[in-house]
Write a protein that binds this ligand. Structure first.
Ligand code: NAD
Length: 430
């Protein structure tokens, strides 16, 4: 509770530090802290999730009960794009379950995780229960190989998620590793095109597209739908304001995280052009007066993208939205289902039957119906399918209490219930 108070007290300070280091806008940085804070609040109710199970009189004079016990020392490795939220998604349930936690934040924006650790200490957490270890692969490998560490949580890109899952599991640790994404939004002919275009602008370009739940593929069903969508979308994308976080609410998104990220986005945009996609909005050569050396990338909108292109198959993690025109609903859902990633998806339609069919059949972990970024709230779980998630349990919600504890089951009988003599056969309790 005290930690929640301190997070609220320091919200502006945390958001400012986060924006300065990461580049996302101030309102977006506050959202980053807020969505972590909500998981901390949820974890205040930990006793409800840790109370175990009890069976009275499982046999004559026999009671049986299961306890959820802490694992011991746990660890988490987090990405650059949510330096407040994702560390809190990990350390809050880990500590609420009685574990110690070692956090290895992204080396690209480690300040806010350090500030969070200081606030936890100020809130009264004993020293050493949360430790922040800075570094890169070397620090991660030390965590993966250390025999005392019982579990590893990871959020980041898919190749590293797969590597960490494999190495942690081989070392006998419990692991949950969440990877990259390529989130499709399907736009049916009956959708409200203004709503769909607004949703795509926010979900595609917010945080410069550096969100694992960003929509990076728009799939309008039918050429007429596609033409109507592009006509609504292109002017909105052209009007997006890119700038430094110091502009407060006057900018829609800021720079990408590093020069290397900018180069990679520009390289992928060029492959899109070379492979035959049409640039409906060309953000190339974007430069901001006074910030010529910044890592700003202009917004791009591609039309006529096909599934064989690199810009469709790979995660771009930048302000680039690809439009793949589908001939039918079946083709649209098939596209999303065939993609190797399965983090999030959305459908825009007024038709309940189509929405229901989509939600039931799609092989993707988080689904939005007329909601473009369906990030579940703290009391539900968060996790992708296919190459977007390795491991059995999701983040936050009830799964977190399962991930950060193990079950012990006790079968108990008091002397008055014990019959005379030994029992040699394995049988029902009597
Ligand atoms: P990243 O994989 O480069 O880094 C993530 C973490 O892994 C960092 O702490 C980093 O230090 C560490 N790391 C990097 N290379 C390593 C190596 N070779 N060995 C061991 N550890 C290594 O990811 P990023 O660029 O920080 O974050 C962006 C990626 O994260 C995107 O792919 C995005 O989709 C994904 N992401 C996924 C989710 C999700 O919930 N599925 C959420 C946020 C971000």
């Amino acid at each position: 509770m005290k930690f929640v108070d301190l997070l609220n007290r320091d919200m502006d300070k945390l958001a400012d530090a986060l924006s300065r280091e990461h580049g996302k806008t101030l309102p977006d940085a506050k959202g980053d802290v807020q969505r972590g804070l909500e998981v901390v609040e949820f974890c205040i109710g930990a006793p409800h999730h840790l109370k175990g199970e009890f069976t009275d009189s499982a046999g004559p004079g026999i009671d049986m009960y299961s306890m959820r016990q802490a694992l011991g020392v746990t660890a988490g490795i987090t990405p650059f794009n949510f330096p407040a939220m994702i560390p809190m998604w990990m350390f809050a349930p880990a500590i609420a379950c009685g574990n110690a936690f070692i956090l290895k934040p992204s080396e690209r924006d480690p300040s806010v995780p350090m500030m969070l650790a200081e606030l936890l200490e100020e809130a009264g957490l004993p020293k050493g229960i949360l430790q922040v270890v800075n570094g890169d692969k070397e620090a991660v490998d030390a965590i993966l190989d250390h025999p005392v560490i019982q579990s590893v949580g990871f959020v980041g890109s898919t190749p590293i998620a797969a590597y960490i899952y494999e190495r942690a599991s081989a070392n006998g640790k419990r692991a949950q590793c969440f990877g990259g994404a390529k989130n499709h939004m399907i736009i049916m002919p009956d959708a409200d095109m203004d709503q769909a275009a607004d949703a795509l602008v926010g979900a595609g370009y917010g945080a410069a597209g550096e969100r694992c739940m960003a929509i990076s593929v728009a799939v309008p069903v039918g050429d007429d739908t596609a033409d109507r969508l592009i006509a609504k979308l292109a002017p909105r994308v052209e009007a997006l304001k890119v700038g430094p976080y110091t502009s407060g609410e006057d900018v829609d998104f800021g720079p990408v995280v590093t020069a290397a990220a900018k180069q990679n986005i520009e390289r992928l945009v060029q492959t899109g052009i070379d492979q035959g996609a049409k640039l409906a909005v060309d953000g190339r050569g974007f430069s901001l007066q006074g910030y010529e050396d910044g890592f700003f990338v202009g917004p791009h909108l591609f039309d006529h993208v096909t599934p064989d292109m690199d810009i469709y198959r790979q995660e771009i993690f930048g302000p680039v939205l690809s439009t793949v025109r589908a001939g039918s609903y079946e083709e649209a859902i098939g596209l999303a289902m065939s993609h190797e990633y399965g983090n999030g998806t959305a459908i825009y339609t007024r038709d309940g039957d189509t929405a229901r069919d989509f939600a039931n059949r799609i092989n993707i972990g988080m689904v939005g119906v007329n909601v473009p970024i369906p990030v579940p709230l703290a009391y539900h779980t968060f996790g992708g399918w296919k190459k977007s998630g390795f491991g059995d349990l999701n983040q936050h919600g009830p799964d977190a209490f399962k991930f950060y504890t193990r079950t012990k089951t006790v079968t108990a009988r008091w002397p008055s219930g014990i019959k005379e003599g030994g029992e040699f056969n394995f049988k029902a309790m009597d």
